[in-house]
Design a protein around this ligand. Structure first.
Ligand code: AHR
Length: 475
């Protein structure tokens, strides 16, 4: 038996709802053929895909980062505003394609309003200037009688867009990035950009670009330059299965995610900061093949759940996170011209987002261990949250063991469980199961009610599964 104890008084941190964000980049068929698909029978008169919109509404991301990614380091936002027939077609050098600019700032903001979700913008610190970044902010948020605020009005948007969070560039440390820089070069450019942007709109929050591999020298240098200006340091993390067997993939992913968070948290904590800096996992996910497409397995979905558990476990430090990406590119959902299916990675995002409360609890777990090949590891990865408003505890439990189901007993240490608890399980016969256009519900969630018991709830966690338990408390 695997014993778990929850205590609603042992609260560790608030959980920022912005850990449930998502990401849309001008890459592959994420924008064109994804959220925007004129000509599809599933699109409305504005070209917005209604089935994608509906699936996004069900996911309810708190914010969506845009427009890149690597794309942004060669992107000039002015190309994507104003009359569509005057927008330039450009060579796009991050992904070697042609950018038509038929979708840009205002289309994205309008799409976000329909979800609804908060737009987060990333500025071009590759080929862009700090002035161009500032001008974009004025275009979006300006309220006065000034050029770029008036330009927005002339494009039909009288009210400011009020974009709150801005990323200062994307993966500028990487030689794959257009306009890559050294830490010193980036730090200088980013702090000058931050100054201009904060002086334009002091209410915004800024994300400094962290190192793609969390290297000490880059992160330290950037933290020192951006001290007092940035509110977040970004982490980008993708885990690929490579040639590993599925058991190794699950066990090692958990350790990899923990290592990355602990490392960046230590780098931030080591600095004497003039204002708090938190981690923004502004891109996270599982890597697919070279073209960023294909079908995710249930095991990939469980790795997504391990990330989300880690964000809750480190809730005081991880204050924002964006799953990469929403549609068609390393996606949560995939489309053709006239069809859509939900990937195995969609369901953990949906379950965590809808069922977790705003307070992280210090959960105690005495989990059985298992051995597979070279691996001996605890079978369960568990977090718990509290929703004080609903007087409800949520338990997020991943059974990493691909061979055995695990019996779980959850004890309530403060007060008592009350009424019906609900249990949602994401599982399937094989950890390699996928959904696809011809098998849309192979990987799916089942929800059950558990028999009411005040002191202890018990259930069986199937092999390679995610179980999300909601237990009302006697308030
Ligand atoms: O999400 C795909 C790409 O991965 C992004 O463009 C880049 O930021 C990261 O390397």
């Amino acid at each position: 038996m695997n014993r778990i104890k929850v205590d609603s008084e042992r609260q560790t941190a608030s959980v920022d709802p912005r850990i449930y964000g998502n990401f849309v980049e001008h890459l592959g068929r994420c924008v064109y053929g994804g959220i925007y698909d004129p000509g599809s029978p599933r699109s409305d008169a504005d070209g917005m895909r209604l089935d994608v919109l509906e699936a996004t509404q069900r996911l309810a991301p708190t914010q969506v980062r845009y427009p890149g990614g690597n794309f942004v380091s060669g992107y000039h936002w002015l190309d994507g505003v104003g009359p569509r027939d005057a927008r330039p077609r450009r060579m796009e050098l991050a992904w070697h394609t042609v950018e038509t600019n038929q979708f840009g700032t205002n289309e994205f903001v309008q799409w976000c309003r329909r979800v609804p979700t908060e737009p987060v913008f990333c500025v071009n610190l590759g080929t862009g200037t700090i002035e161009e970044a500032r001008d974009w902010l004025e275009y979006c948020n300006g309220t006065g009688d000034t050029h770029f605020a008036q330009l927005r009005r002339s494009h039909g948007f009288g009210e400011p867009h009020g974009i709150r969070v801005w990323d200062l560039g994307n993966e500028i440390d990487g030689d794959w990035q257009i306009g890559a820089k050294t830490a010193e070069e980036y730090g200088r450019a980013a702090v000058e950009c931050a100054k201009l942007m904060k002086w334009t709109d002091p209410s915004i929050e800024l994300v400094a670009c962290g190192d793609s591999f969390a290297r000490d020298d880059w992160n330290r240098t950037v933290l020192r330059h951006l001290n007092g200006w940035a509110n977040y340091l970004s982490v980008h993390m993708y885990i690929g299965r490579q040639n590993r067997d599925v058991q190794a993939y699950l066990v090692e992913s958990r350790a990899q995610i923990e290592r990355r968070i602990s490392r960046v948290a230590a780098q931030i904590t080591a600095e004497e900061l003039r204002q708090p800096i938190a981690i923004a996992f502004d891109e996270w996910g599982m890597w697919l093949g070279k073209d960023h497409g294909g079908e995710y397995t249930l095991a990939d979905g469980l790795v997504a759940a391990l990330y989300l558990n880690a964000f809750i476990r480190h809730a005081s430090m991880v204050r924002m996170a964006n799953y990469a990406q929403l549609v068609n590119v390393i996606p949560a959902l995939s489309t053709t011209r006239d069809d859509l299916f939900l990937q195995a990675t969609y369901f953990p995002l949906e379950l965590f987002r809808h069922h977790n409360g705003p307070v992280a609890l210090d959960v105690w777990c005495d989990a059985e261990t298992f051995t597979s090949g070279d691996h001996t590891a605890p079978a369960l990865d568990v977090t718990a949250t509290l929703d004080p408003g609903k007087a409800q505890v949520t338990l997020n439990l991943v059974n990493l063991d691909t061979s055995e189901a695990r019996d779980v007993s959850v004890e309530c240490q403060h007060g008592a469980f009350k009424g019906r608890a609900m249990l949602s399980i994401l599982a399937c016969d094989s950890p390699d199961a996928t959904n696809g256009f011809d098998a849309k519900d192979r990987v799916a969630v089942d929800t059950f009610a558990l028999a009411p018991r005040p002191d202890r709830l018990t259930f069986e966690a199937p092999p390679h599964s995610l179980c999300v338990l909601r237990a009302p408390l006697d308030a």
